[in-house]
Design a binder for this molecule. Structure first.
Ligand SMILES: [Zn+2]
Length: 283
């Protein structure tokens, strides 16, 4: 039996890019897709409503994310400075688009629960008036706290995915060493589960989410993710985002080129705290 401390050691770079060793992880990934999809049968508002909600969510999430990735890819072809120089290998756009569609499927399986509940006339956690959300100051501190908590989750999830134990579930995302916006959400089912489960919270009326800030933050995170994977930098963004500890294309591209540094997904706060930035390694 391997010891847990061994399993939690960072996956070595050589292991990172070896193609084998996906057998068990691949089976778990497939089981996650099946379980997330079959779970709809247990929906208290009826499986038909759940599957309708899921398919609408899948079309909307998958369609919008892929369309946006296409637009961001075209924009990056015409403007911005290439980080890794002229592209030497295939950008694997088709493969990353397929991975993204599968990730959208998992996200849609989560989104179907609050959608079905709302369609059935039950209250959910998403509210659209300040009064329902508890007033302006409540919205402001809940949003700030929410961003910090979610960012901490994203950083530690990503670091755990780089341990020997969990790297097989994240290896597919590191096929894209010189990524495009299509790679932004090109993650496997287990990683999708770990990333998108907070969508479920919206189903609960006690988990109040103020609609306008929720939509803006989700949309902002999608746009940021395109930028992180677009392969080019824009001087204005690289100058402003780091002042707010927000991740940038230059910062995250380093993670794809060297998977041992720069784990932050939304902010770079935890990379600063844990000294896991590329510049910390060189010291
Ligand atoms: Zn990674």
């Amino acid at each position: 039996m391997p010891r847990l401390t061994d399993l939690l050691r960072p996956a070595a770079d050589a292991a990172v890019f070896s193609p084998h060793g996906r057998g068990f992880a691949g089976a778990v990934d497939r089981a996650v897709v099946v379980m997330a999809t079959v779970a709809g049968i247990a929906c208290p508002y009826g499986p038909v409503l759940w599957y309708k909600s899921m398919l609408v969510a899948f079309a909307a999430i998958g369609g919008l994310v892929l369309l946006g990735a296409g637009a961001a890819t075209i924009a990056a072809m015409f403007r911005g400075a290439r980080i890794q120089g002229p592209r030497r290998r295939s950008a694997l756009v088709g493969r990353s688009a397929g991975d993204t569609a599968l990730a959208a499927w998992i996200a849609a399986c989560f989104a179907a629960w609050p959608i079905a509940r709302a369609e059935a006339g039950e209250p959910i956690g998403l509210v659209w008036s300040l009064a329902e959300a508890g007033g302006l100051s409540a919205v402001i501190w809940q949003t700030l706290l929410g961003v910090l908590v979610l960012d901490a989750w994203l950083y530690w999830k990503h670091r755990l995915l780089h341990t020997r134990l969990l790297f097989p579930f994240h290896r597919g995302h590191h096929v894209y060493r010189d990524p495009t916006p299509f790679a932004g959400f090109a993650v496997g089912p287990v990683e999708s589960l770990l990333t998108f489960w907070p969508i479920l919270l919206v189903a609960f009326p006690w988990a109040t989410h103020f609609g306008p800030t929720y939509v803006a933050l989700v949309g902002g995170f999608v746009l940021l993710n395109y930028y992180l994977h677009c392969g080019v930098t824009y001087a204005a963004l690289e100058a402003t985002l780091p002042r707010l500890f927000v991740n940038t294309s230059a910062f995250h591209n380093r993670h794809h080129a060297n998977a041992e540094v720069n784990f932050g997904e939304a902010l770079t706060l935890w990379d600063h705290i844990c000294r896991t930035r590329a510049e910390d390694r060189r010291k």
